[in-house]
Design a protein around this ligand. Structure first.
Ligand SMILES: Nc1ncnc2c1ncn2[C@@H]1O[C@H](COP(=O)(O)OP(=O)(O)O)[C@@H](O)[C@H]1O
Ligand SMILES: CC(=O)N[C@@H](CCC(=O)OP(=O)(O)O)C(=O)O
Length: 260
């Protein structure tokens, strides 16, 4: 039997506020066994960009990343957000190691081809060095991964943090029994975004198609659900989308399944 590994993805709204991040890190520190954290920080990047007079453009939950925006996201994700999380976890006696996809070549990607949209310096993941991550985990280290990848030609690429989490989970599935938790500020995927009691308990690919068509899910929820469904199809044992305060509770939130 494989050892259990818990992968937590935490995004923008939680990481940008000191109090919610602190609470999340304390809950993460309390998770037993092997664990890994993938973080976003989209909102912090948008804020810094605005302070610098740089406009943000998002399409289907993904950031259009020109030269200037790549510099901003590298500073925010690889620097500010990542290192604050690492310091916070070290204070809780979690032996965290902050990494981007370029470090140890853990996530290599290819610049997204221009079709209807030119996303600029955005990477689609091509390979995950699961072995390197597994050896870090087995050495007692807790990787903290920022949403940046590289193309092995010297370029960093901006990569959606939900994709980073899904790809990391798939890359580690041969080594561990992986549970992937996407956490955010709401209690799960909601039928009515303004009603926290309307959590959809199970979503499979067919239901996702209908929810997207009906406009029930949109924006940042699209990459989350697409990556969650891919992870379930490719060997990840369990995927849930839930509230940040519920990361230790694998029965909460929305469960992503192959078939309802
Ligand atoms: N049906 C839905 N249920 C819950 N959230 C939804 C739904 N549809 C769209 N969303 C939006 O998706 C957002 C989460 O995606 P995102 O902002 O990318 O989060 P994060 O940065 O935490 O990953 C929510 O804040 C919400 O506004
Ligand atoms: C290509 C792309 O969209 N990259 C994302 C990476 C950060 C992210 O996903 O952050 P959250 O999890 O906080 O949304 C972006 O720049 O917004």
């Amino acid at each position: 039997m494989k050892d259990k590994l818990t992968i937590i993805k935490v995004g923008g709204k939680i990481v940008e506020e000191e109090a919610s991040l602190k609470a999340l890190l304390a809950d993460f520190a309390g998770i037993g066994g092997f664990k890994l954290l993938v973080h976003g920080g989209g909102r912090s990047a948008t804020k810094l960009a605005a302070d610098m007079g740089v406009e943000t453009k998002m399409i289907d939950g993904r950031r259009v990343t020109d030269d200037e925006m790549l510099r901003i996201v590298t500073m925010v994700y690889g620097g500010l957000v990542n290192k604050n999380i690492v310091a916070g976890l070290q204070a809780l006696d979690v032996d965290a190691l902050g990494m981007t996809g370029a470090d140890m070549n853990i996530l290599r990607s290819r610049k997204r081809a221009v079709k209807e949209v030119d996303y600029g310096w955005v990477g689609d993941v091509e390979s995950v060095n699961g072995e390197a991550l597994a050896s870090l985990l087995r050495a007692g280290i807790v990787p903290v991964i920022a949403p940046l990848t590289h193309d092995k030609q010297g370029h960093l690429l901006n990569t959606n943090a939900d994709t980073m989490a899904g790809e990391t989970a798939k890359g580690l599935a041969p080594y561990f029994d992986v549970e992937l938790v996407y956490c955010f500020e709401k209690p799960g995927v909601l039928r009515d975004e303004n009603d926290d009691a309307s959590v959809i308990p199970f979503i499979d690919r067919a239901l996702y198609g209908r929810l997207k068509e009906d406009g029930v899910v949109g924006g940042g929820m699209l990459p989350k659900l697409e990556n969650a469904l891919d992870a379930i199809d490719l060997g990840v044992g369990k995927v849930i989308i839930t509230k940040a305060s519920e990361i230790g509770n694998m029965t909460s939130g929305t469960h992503i399944v192959a078939k309802i």
